[in-house]
Design a protein around this ligand. Structure first.
Ligand code: ZN
Ligand code: ZN
Length: 409
């Protein structure tokens, strides 16, 4: 299918399925100069769908890197309050937010870790209120990606620059179903398939999950009132939206203190502009008591040390090893794609929507119900063709959920 047609399909999907813009609504688009063409199409579709105002916040990967190279140390300890105020005001007024990411996984390679950690802490603290609204799905938001030359070069090394970009666009178009004749109908079908898996797991209400794979032997308890979600979600007003395009996961929240054993990563993780690879985490009563990595161990330890909650898990997500994204055999170095080709877990905060009544609870109430709270939420990939996962019922019987990396039911 023609590039322009697929690009247009992609923009339409983000507006119609992603944030599902309604007449009279304001849309905020956080995007990068690398994605100018896609962003303009998103704006066009939003106005055609009746948006009142579309506000684009442009960034630039080169300028982001420039700040880390040239700004004084104090730059990473201050984040203007008006940035948070702007987002808080917008979402209080029922705005929707689209974010398009383009950066290469190693954008901040060689930057002193202290600068990165300081920035992450400062940003997280400043945006705490907005982040709570994101995590409780108060408003419609959608995260998607577009290739930059630097990212495409990382995914397809050794190819000509034009070929790298074209190949990454093709891979993204296929992963997000923009290459289908009727992409919106394809998404409705996909969303209902994921919802059926979630319904099955909700009916089962397993007490525990047991993960087995080379380098992994992990049990994860699930809280009472667990809710598995997949596909479209409902925002605070009950309007449906899809938070990630693509999405292939069915996920819930673990009981923060109920994780024991060891888990090994199966794909590299790009976190804060640095790559962490071939790592394992050991848990005792939910807490990470040991972490080791062949690459990026300092970054991994800094992530775990962010706050108390970053020592615990906040998400358990099931993704079959055989999925369109996984079958492409491409390592994207971008969590949005890699997490959707692999079973994954997240270090840090849980989603309130994964617990019955959770959306109405305060941070303290969520914590008391067993859900983890943290300033971070970082997915990491643990799935493979060799992974088996069992569900343990209230009476102790074991039922297969995943066999050799794929759904057992
Ligand atoms: Zn996930
Ligand atoms: Zn996640």
């Amino acid at each position: 299918m023609d590039y322009n047609l697929q690009l247009n399909n992609y923009a339409k999907l983000i507006v119609k399925v992603g944030v599902n813009i309604r007449s009279g609504q304001t849309l905020v688009v956080n995007s990068s100069l690398e994605a100018a063409e896609l962003t303009r199409l998103i704006v066009k579709h939003a106005y055609e769908a009746g948006a009142l105002l579309v506000k684009v916040n442009w960034s630039d990967d080169t300028i982001t890197r420039m700040r880390y190279d040239l700004a004084p140390d104090e730059s990473f300890l201050v984040e203007p309050k008006w940035l948070a105020a702007e987002m808080e005001e917008l979402v209080a007024g029922d705005a929707a937010v689209v974010s398009i990411v383009t950066s290469p996984p190693d954008l901040l390679d060689g930057v002193p870790q202290e600068r990165i950690v300081n920035y992450q802490k400062t940003y997280s603290n400043t945006m705490a209120k907005y982040r709570h609204a994101v995590q409780t799905h108060k408003f419609s938001w959608c995260l998607a990606a577009a290739p930059s030359p630097a990212w495409a070069a990382k995914v397809f090394p050794g190819e000509h620059a034009d070929t790298q970009l074209r190949k990454l666009w093709d891979a993204i178009f296929s992963a997000v179903r923009a290459d289908q004749v009727d992409p919106i109908a394809a998404w409705e079908e996909h969303s209902s398939f994921l919802r059926k898996r979630a319904d099955y797991l909700n009916a089962k209400a397993y007490k525990k999950l047991h993960y087995l794979a080379p380098g992994t032997d992990l049990t994860i308890e699930l809280p009472k009132g667990q809710i598995w979600l997949g596909g479209a979600k409902a925002n605070g007003q009950g309007c449906s939206f899809v938070a990630n395009i693509p999405t292939e996961e069915v996920f819930t929240a673990p009981l923060a203190t109920g994780v024991n054993g060891i888990v090994s990563s199966t794909k590299p993780l790009s976190y804060g502009g640095t790559i962490i690879d071939r790592f394992s985490l050991t848990f005792e009563n939910g807490r990470i008591v040991h972490a080791q990595a062949e690459q990026g161990e300092d970054t991994l330890n800094n992530l775990i040390a962010m706050d108390e909650g970053s020592h615990y898990l906040g998400e358990v997500a099931l993704v079959p090893h055989q999925s369109p994204i996984s079958d492409s055999n491409i390592l994207y170095y971008k969590t949005l794609f890699d997490e959707n080709s692999s079973n994954h877990l997240a270090i840090g905060s849980a989603y309130a929507s994964n617990l019955e009544g959770g959306k109405q609870m305060s941070q303290e109430e969520l914590k008391a119900a067993g859900l983890n709270t943290s300033m971070v939420h970082v997915d990491f990939m643990v799935g493979s063709a060799e992974m088996d996962i069992f569900g343990v019922t209230e009476d102790g019987s074991r039922e297969p959920i995943f066999i050799k990396g794929n759904w057992a039911f």
